[in-house]
Every structure is written in C-alpha cells, then in structure tokens.
Design a protein around this ligand. Structure first.
Ligand code: ADP
Ligand code: ZN
Ligand code: ZN
Length: 744
C-alpha cells in the first residue's frame, strides 16, 4: 500500500503530496487523515505530515513511513474540508489541517501532555458559617482575606494561581490565610476541569413567547428531519435569542447529537457559559477559547471526542472541534468581525459553519441584534430564513440616546474631551451612586506627537505609522510592532523644544475624569491593562462588585457582562470609528454604537451620550434612533451604488517583504497574469503600496480585485500566484484576503 502525504510546512512550494510506502506492520492503523512521520529531503531528516490519500500503486514512492501518531482527530471529511479551504483561502493544506488538530503539534508536546501534572488547590479549612462569625467579630478584618474567603464559598477547590488572579490578591495573602488555619492548600493531580467546584443552580426552560415559538418550531423541524437550513434570528439584546438556542440544543442532545456554539472571544465570559451549564450540566459542556493552556485545551478536545453528545462553546476556531454527530451550529453575534481570521488561513467561520451544516444535514443558526449587512441581504432575498424578535423577553427598557455636536463645545470654549452635557450627566450619576461607562476607541495617552516649529511627526522606526504616548510608562509606543522609545525632549529635525502632543487615548481620558471628578473611582480596560490571563474578567468583576464609579475602556467594554447598576454610557468620540478608510466603517460604527448603548440601563431606562463632530452622518442618526432597519436600507443602497459587498467581493492580494524591488516585480507579474485571464466581470487594480506601507521593517504592497467570487475566479487567482517565478523570489510573502476586516 502507498500513501499520499502532505508535509506539515507552510512553505508554499511544499503544498503538494509526496508518495510513501506503507510498511506492512502499519497497514492496519493507517487511514486518510493519519498523522505520520516520514523521512524527507536529503539525509536523515524526519518530518511530520498527513495522509491525504491511500492507493495501491505508485511510481514515485521510494521511502517508508516511519511512524503513525495514534491521535485520530482527522478523518476524510476534515481532510476534504482542509483541501477546499486551501483553495479558497489561498494557503497550504497543512495550514488548514493544523486548525483541526488537538493543541500542541510537535513531538515534544505530545510527550509532555501525557505526563500527569500536579498542582496546588485551595479549600476552606473551616465551615463557611464559622468564618462568617469570625468576620463579624472582626477576628478577620483584612478586606483581601474576606474577599478570598467569600470567593472560596462558591469556588472551593480552585487552582491556587487561578484564585490569586480571580480575587486579585498575592500569593502571600493566601499563605497567611493558610497559616491562620482558615484555608488549606492541597497538592493534587490537575484534573484541569474548568468547572471544578462551581455551584450552578439548574435552570428550567422558559415558556416561549409566540415570536420565539414560531422561530423555534421552524428550526426544530430541520433538526427532526435531519435537513440543512440556514437561519437568521434578528432580535435586540434581551429579546430571547439565547433561550431559543438553549431549547434547540436540548432537541439536538435528545437525539444524541452534538452542538457547536460560537460566540465572539470577548463575550465568552463565565456568566455566558454558566447559562449553558445551568441548563445542561457540566458533563455535556466543553469550552474552548484562546486563554486556555495547551493542557486545558487538550483535555477539552479529549472530552469532546469521547462523548457522543457535547455542547461546544467557543470562539472562532471551535468550529473545527472534533464533535461526534453534529446536530446544530449556532453563531451568536454573527456580525462580529472576530469570526473572520486575520492570519493564515484567513477563513470565515460563518462560511465553514455553512459548509459543515450542509454536509451534516443540520441547521445553521445565526443570531444578532445588528446583523451583518451581507447576512441581512441574503435573508431579505430569501436565501436565509429570517426570524425577527421584536419584543423584549424580560422587562429591560431601551436606552435614551442623545447626540452631542462637539463643534459647539469648541464654540462655547469647552476644551475638554467631555462635553458639558456628559459632564452634567456623570455628576448626576455619581450623586445617585449609579455607575458610568466611558467608551473611547483609542488606547494610550496621545496619538500624535508633532513638532510645532517644523511639523516633524514622531513615527515608529520599523513602521510607517505615528507613535502613541503612554503616560504610565512615560514612553512612546508603536501599536503595530510594539517598538518603544523614550519621550522626545527636542525635535530630532530642527532641535526645537516645542513638541506638542495631540489626540486622545484612554489614559488621557482617565486623567481628565480624575481632574473633573476628583472623588470618583475609576478603572481602565484596554489592551494595556488586560494582557494577563483572566484580567479582563478581574477588571469587569471589580467594576461590578466593588461598585467602581466609572469604567473607561476601548472596544472591550462593549460586549459581555450585564451591569445592572450602569445607567449612563458616554461615547467620547464616535468619529474614530467613522473615519476608517473602509467600506464597512458606517456599519461598524452603527453596530458598535448600538451595542455600547445596550450597556446602559438593564432594569431602568438608561442614558447614552454620543459625542461626535459628524452629527449628520446616517450611522450616527440611526444609532440615536436605535433603528437597524432604517440603517440597513440606507447602507444597502449605498453599497449597491458603489458596488461593494454584498454586491461583489473584495479580494486583496498582499505582498510583504524587505526588498522593495522584488515586491514591485512580483506584484506586477501577478497583476499581468491575472489581468490576462480576466473575464469581463473581474475588476483588477494595479499594484500600489498599502495604506500603511511599512510594518516591522517589511514593505507592504497590494492588488485589489473586485468581483463576485466563483470557482473560476478562485482558479484564476490561484494560477496567478502559484507561478514558479514567484516561488523563486522567496523574500516576498504573498497572502490573499477575501473581504478582510480591515482595509489598511
Ligand atoms: P438575548 O439572547 O436575545 O439577549 P436572552 O435569551 O438572554 O436574550 O433573554 C433575556 C432574558 O429574558 C434572560 O434572562 C432570559 O432568561 C429571559 N427570557 C428569555 N425568553 C423568555 C421567556 N420566553 N419567558 C421568560 N423569560 C425569558
Ligand atoms: Zn522640528
Ligand atoms: Zn512599529
């Protein structure tokens, strides 16, 4: 027997199969999808690869397969999917296969993860009631000690380092508690059960409203008849979408099948997972997200594979998890940009979801309060079943949204980032002891450092992008490559000391809030404060539990938690979202503003203030009205007029490298090659530098193609970039992105 093997490599030239002899002793174990180790190239080098096909004849096979890895995550279905993906997303088959493997791909990882790991777990040493008494008697006074004890009441037996992060205390605090005999630390084998010690109350099904019911019944038919259907549930937050998901999943589990639920990474909060645990119990739930360690993720994979029925909840790549008997795919917040990958393979999880639902004869369910314009277009054209939920299932009120024209603030002499109106609202909110969220889309302190004498702008030495001032570390930082440099005392060009800092970021906003409201407590959430594992959770929990007055943050504050005490949301500037050089900037602005507004007033009607220099822009006007339908109609008309998605696809071929000459040559070569094959309907633009034309010392050029993607077009582009001449110029990396998240 012979095997066609793909070598596990991202070198474009190795994206083809090599034939190997299957030794007789391995014949019974080998199958399509087997992971194998083979001698490759000259000498004694051994590489790993994947079996793509088995056959009885080969003209080329000379060497033998050495070893087969017992993992069986892959099968013929997955291999075929990987092949399709490689063609559609212009990458190597092995790049796609890697998404479908359990974490840890090197030989060393495989050995390491087999070892039993040990770890320290923390338990209460005395009854919680007794500890409560001691707290009352002030025998235990430290606020941190009390916090740990209260946390342990519900999370007894938690992993020690998790306890430290989640309660935000140091290891010495835990030690003191142990010394006093209040808690005990036990070394045990790590079971790595993410739900360990969780006390989840079982939650019962709700009686569905009429609107929910008609949606539920219709999708249930698709589950029962085992037929593919594509569905969009369009309903504002709180309209009961999740309740429908839960009841559909119950139908699927009753049929002994599995479910995949995708949510944006950032909304994968414990609260969200708890709702699934409460309904189905932990034995049926697996959670996959990027913050899990390799070991934890491996355990979840094992659990998914060994169960006949599982509910997998995860971010984008969970679409590839090895579930048995797939019975439904649910993609919540389907408009979220995190479903499209920005790195190789540049896939869109919604496309993969549709393919998998089709092949498994089961429903695909998309849900959103502000659906992607493209998804809604398909729904309006009856390509997707549309279900609208118009009423709120609970008694939540819609927020009261006001727009403040920042041009008037300048006229009346208010130079602050916070308009008088918003200042007034914050003051009143503080007085009522209610909480406020301030949203600003830029981190750091100042985003623009310029010499007032000669106009010099401080730019990154590796990237063609201006540096941002970070006050807490007193440094200038590049947000693209991480480069840091000390602050400028004088202009490097003209030696003037008239250096001015323009623009605003979250750090500056926090400082301004402190100046205006010296008594208010604040907490900041942006990439700079949430780099540690779970710190996102820690900040949000702190804000919620310790009743901090004002949360200041970037995009991250938009999703996830429900804060019952937040009654005011201020958008410091909506314009940062609007000015993007991107056909989707209006859509993203509208979606973000609606989502931000949803953070205000969960139980009583809240206030939202949107500050902008463009109060007449339709995205702003429509988000003030919180009217998606109005926005959709305006946006789709514009897209049609300008021939943008969904009326065509935008394909960007990126060229990146250190040698500008080579980039110029190759990009023109690719251009000519595609141009010569071009059909009437393909619009191709000449290669030009990208808007940010240098990142991390690599030049960036691109070709833009506008057309409706089809099998023929895929061939034309694949032929255009797999030319031998291009392989030879290996200083230049070529990537292709279809309808990318960012046009820069
Ligand atoms: P969404 O996912 O659209 O934001 P949810 O499903 O989370 O909405 O529903 C919002 C709240 O209303 C939840 O607390 C949920 O338990 C409750 N809820 C949903 N459907 C019903 C129903 N039919 N009857 C009573 N409560 C419901
Ligand atoms: Zn100067
Ligand atoms: Zn840089």
């Amino acid at each position: 027997m012979f095997a066609e093997v793909i070598i596990n490599s991202n070198a474009r030239a190795l994206n083809k199969t090599f034939d190997y002899i299957v030794p007789v002793n391995l014949e019974k174990d080998i199958k399509i999808g087997s992971r194998v180790f083979v001698p490759f190239g000259n000498g004694s080098k051994i590489d790993d690869g994947f079996v793509i096909n088995l056959k009885s004849n080969s003209e080329f096979a000379k060497k033998e397969i050495k070893k087969i890895e017992p993992d069986d995550s892959l099968n013929e279905f997955k291999i075929n999917l990987a092949k399709l993906m490689a063609r559609k997303y212009f990458c190597n088959i092995s790049d796609c296969i890697k998404l479908m493997l359990p974490p840890g791909t090197s030989n060393k990882d495989i050995i390491n993860r087999m070892k039993d790991k040990k770890g320290n777990f923390v338990y209460l040493n005395i009854e919680y009631k007794e500890l409560q008494e001691l707290i009352k008697l002030k025998k235990i006074k430290s606020e941190k000690h009390i916090r740990v004890i209260n946390f342990l009441e519900n999370n007894n037996g938690i992993y020690k380092s998790d306890l430290e992060v989640l309660t935000d205390v140091s290891s010495s605090i835990i030690k003191t508690l142990e010394k006093n005999g209040y808690i005990k630390i036990v070394e045990e084998k790590i079971e790595r059960n993410p739900f360990i010690g969780k006390n989840i109350k079982r939650d019962d099904e709700k009686e569905l409203t009429d609107e929910q019911k008609s949606c539920f019944e219709s999708i249930k038919t698709s589950i029962q008849t085992e037929s593919f259907s594509s569905n969009l549930i369009y309903g504002i937050t709180g309209s009961g979408k999740t309740e429908i998901y839960l009841q559909l999943i119950k139908e699927v589990l009753d049929k002994d099948k599995s479910a995949i639920v995708l949510v944006p990474e950032i909304s994968l909060t414990p609260q969200m997972v708890d709702r699934f645990l409460a309904r189905f119990g932990e034995e049926n739930i697996a959670v996959l997200h990027s913050k899990l360690s390799n070991g934890e993720r491996y355990d979840e994979w094992k659990k998914i594979k060994s169960n006949r029925k599982t509910v997998v909840i995860g971010a984008r790549s969970a679409i590839f998890s090895p579930v048995n008997n797939l019975g439904i795919i649910i993609i919540d917040e389907e408009h979220d940009s995190s479903y499209k990958s920005d790195t190789t393979p540049r896939y869109n999880a919604k496309d993969i979801g549709k393919y998998m639902a089709e092949k498994n004869n089961c429903p695909l369910v998309l849900g959103s309060a502000t659906p992607d314009i493209g998804t809604m277009y398909l729904a309006k054209n009856k390509k997707i079943n549309l279900y609208s939920l118009t009423k709120r299932a609970n008694n939540m009120k819609l927020p009261n949204v006001q727009v403040v024209d920042m041009r008037n603030e300048l006229v009346i002499g208010n130079k602050s980032m916070i308009s008088l109106k918003l200042q007034d609202k914050i003051q009143k909110n503080l007085h009522k002891q209610k909480q406020t969220i301030l949203f600003l889309n830029r981190r750091g302190y100042s985003t623009f450092i310029m010499c007032r004498e000669c106009g010099f702008v401080a730019k990154c030495k590796n990237c063609n992008i201006s540096l941002t001032y970070h006050r807490n570390i007193n440094k200038l930082k590049c947000h693209y490559c991480g480069f840091e440099t000390s602050v400028l005392k004088e202009c490097p060009e003209c030696k003037s000391n008239k250096i001015k800092y323009f623009g605003t970021g979250t750090q500056k906003l926090e400082e301004e809030v402190h100046k205006l409201f010296p008594k208010a407590s604040t907490i900041r959430m942006d990439i700079d404060t949430v780099s540690k594992k779970n710190s996102h959770e820690v900040i949000l929990n702190k804000f919620k539990n310790e009743k901090i007055d004002i949360l200041i943050g970037t995009q991250m504050v938009v999703k996830g938690h429900h804060f019952p005490n937040v009654t005011l949301v201020g958008v410091i500037t909506a314009d940062g979202l609007l000015n993007l050089e991107d056909y989707r900037s209006a859509e993203k602005t509208f979606q973000t503003l609606v989502q931000v507004a949803g953070r205000s007033g969960r139980e009583e009607a809240g206030d939202v203030i949107i500050q902008t220099y463009n109060p007449d822009h339709y995205a702003i006007i429509d988000s003030k009205k919180q009217d998606y339908d109005l926005f959709y109609n305006e946006e789709i008309a514009l897209r049609k007029m300008l021939n943008y998605p969904p009326f065509c696809d935008i394909i960007i071929i990126n060229f990146m490298g250190t040698n500008l000459n080579e980039i110029n040559n190759i990009s023109n070569l690719v251009y000519k090659k595609i141009y010569s094959n071009k059909q009437n309907k393909l619009i191709i633009f000449k290669p030009v530098p990208s808007p940010i034309d240098r990142i991390n010392n690599k030049y960036r050029w691109r070709i833009i193609i506008k057309c409706k993607l089809s099998s023929k077009i895929l061939d034309i582009i694949n032929n255009g970039i797999t030319d031998d001449i291009i392989y030879k110029n290996n200083n230049t990396r070529i990537t292709v992105d279809i309808n990318p998240n960012s046009m820069s």
